[in-house]
Design a protein around this ligand. Structure first.
Ligand code: DSN
Length: 390
C-alpha cells in the first residue's frame, strides 16, 4: 500500500486485535477468504436492482455472486426457496430492520420490541432511533425477579396494544428465547413476528440454539457476530400471498439504498459457506461451552450473573452489585487497560445512567475463533476478577 498513514493504521489495528482478549459479544474474527472478497474488484461495480433485473450493464458476474449468496443463505438455515425469500443487500443490521418496518409497518404504527435497557436493540423502536421516531414502540421486558422474558406479560401487552409487528431477538439477553411463545403472542394480537437473530445466528447455523424459522414471518440478522462474516445483514421473509419478500426488496432498493455493496455480498457468500462446514458446528457448540464456563467461574468468584447464567455466547454481569462492586464503565475501563475488551451495559431495571451503567456484557464468539477452550475461560475469569477487585 502506498498510503503510508493508512498502512500504519491498518497495521496498528491488526496488532491491537491480536494483542487483546476480545470479549465484545458482537465481534468476531473473519477468515482470510472473507477479507479477500471484501477487498476485491467487486467494489468497483454499480448494480442497482436484483439479479437479472439491474439498472446498469456489466452485471453478469455480480448476478452470479449475489445469486450464490442467496442460495447459500437459504441452504445454511435449511430453508426451501419456495417457502422463504432472502434479501442479501442490506448494508448492516440497522438498515435491515428499518427496511422491514418501511415495507410492512404503516407510518406511525406500533412496533413491539424489548426496551433497550432490558436487552433490546435501538432499532426495535427506541425513541432515539428512526424506528422510534417514525413508528411508536410498545416496549416489553424481562421479569424483575428472574430476569428472563415474561411471556405471559408479553402476550397480554400484545393483545392489548395490537402492534403491527412483534420483534424478538435481542442484544443483551443471554437466555434461550422461546420462539413458539412469541408466535402465540403474535397470533393473539394479529401482529407479524420478526426475529432479529443477529447475535445468535452463528449458534442457530451451528445447531447450538433453536431456529426461529419455524415460527417467524421475518428473520433479520447481521452476518458479523457469531456467524463470523463481514459486516452485513440478511433479511428472510416467508413466501406466501402476503408477498412480504417483494415488499422488503422494494424497501431496500429503491426505498432506502442505492447500489448494493457486491464485494460485501461476495464476502457474505464466503462466510455462509464456511458456516455450513461441519467444523462450524463444533465452533458453535464450543462458543456456548466457553460462555457457560466463563459465567460459572465469575459466579463462583462472587459476581452476579444476570438471570443466573447463559444459554448462548453472551453473559451479562452485574459488576455494580448495589454499590458493593464497580460500575460498568469503571469495570470496562479497568479491563481495557489490562488488555481485556468488553462493553459496559445496562442490566435490567438498572438504576444507574446508560453512560455508566451497572454491568458489563461479555461474549465468547471471538475468542472461540482463536481456539480458546474452557480452561482458557477459567484463566480469563481469574484475570477479570483480579482486575475488578484491585
Ligand atoms: N452493536 C451491536 C451489539 O453490540 O450488540 C448491535 O447493533
Amino acid at each position: 500500500m502506498k498510503d503510508i498513514q493508512i498502512k500504519k493504521l491498518l497495521e496498528a489495528e491488526k496488532k491491537r486485535q491480536k494483542k487483546v482478549i476480545n470479549l465484545i459479544a458482537s465481534e468476531n474474527y473473519v477468515s482470510k477468504d472473507v477479507l479477500e472478497a471484501l477487498g476485491s474488484e467487486l467494489t468497483n461495480k454499480y448494480a442497482e436492482g436484483y439479479p437479472g433485473k439491474r439498472y446498469y450493464g456489466g452485471n453478469e458476474v455480480v448476478d452470479k455472486v449475489e445469486s450464490l449468496a442467496i442460495e447459500r443463505a437459504l441452504k445454511l438455515f435449511g430453508l426451501k426457496e419456495e417457502e422463504w425469500h432472502v434479501n442479501v443487500q442490506a448494508l448492516s443490521g440497522s438498515p435491515a430492520n428499518l427496511a422491514v418496518y418501511v415495507a410492512l409497518v404503516p407510518q406511525g404504527g406500533k412496533i413491539m420490541g424489548m426496551s433497550l435497557d432490558q436487552g433490546g436493540h435501538l432499532t426495535h423502536g427506541h425513541k432515539v432511533s428512526a424506528t422510534g421516531k417514525f413508528w411508536t414502540q410498545v416496549p416489553y421486558g424481562v421479569n424483575k425477579l428472574t430476569e428472563v422474558l415474561d411471556y405471559d406479560e408479553l402476550k397480554e401487552i400484545a393483545t392489548r396494544e395490537k402492534p403491527a409487528i412483534i420483534v424478538g431477538g435481542y442484544t443483551a439477553y443471554p437466555r434461550e428465547i422461546d420462539f413458539k411463545k412469541l408466535r402465540e403472542a403474535a397470533d393473539a394480537s394479529g401482529a407479524l413476528l420478526m426475529i432479529d437473530m443477529s447475535h445468535i445466528a452463528g449458534l442457530v447455523a451451528g445447531k447450538a440454539y433453536p431456529s426461529p424459522f419455524e415460527y417467524a414471518d421475518i428473520v433479520t440478522t447481521t452476518v458479523h457476530k457469531t456467524l463470523r462474516g463481514p459486516r452485513s445483514a440478511l433479511i428472510f421473509a416467508k413466501n406466501d400471498t402476503r408477498e412480504l419478500g417483494k415488499k422488503i426488496d422494494r424497501a431496500v432498493f429503491p426505498g432506502l439504498q442505492g447500489g448494493p455493496h457486491e464485494n460485501q455480498i461476495a464476502a457474505v457468500a464466503v462466510a455462509l459457506k464456511e458456516a455450513s462446514a461441519p467444523a462450524f458446528k463444533k465452533y458453535a457448540s464450543q462458543i456456548k461451552k466457553n460462555a457457560k464456563t466463563l459465567a460459572d467461574e465469575l459466579d463462583k468468584k462472587g459476581w452476579r450473573i444476570i438471570s443466573g447464567g447463559t444459554d448462548s455466547h453472551l453473559i451479562l454481569v452485574d459488576t455494580w452489585m448495589e454499590g458493593k462492586g464497580v460500575s460498568g464503565k469503571d469495570a470496562s475501563d479497568r479491563l481495557e487497560k489490562e488488555g481485556i475488551i468488553v462493553n459496559k451495559n445496562a442490566i435490567p431495571f438498572d438504576t444507574r445512567p446508560p453512560a455508566d451503567p451497572s454491568g458489563i456484557r461479555l461474549g465468547t464468539a471471538a475468542e472461540t475463533t482463536r481456539g480458546k477452550k474452557e480452561k482458557d475461560m477459567k484463566k480469563i475469569a481469574e484475570r477479570i476478577d483480579a482486575i475488578l477487585r484491585k
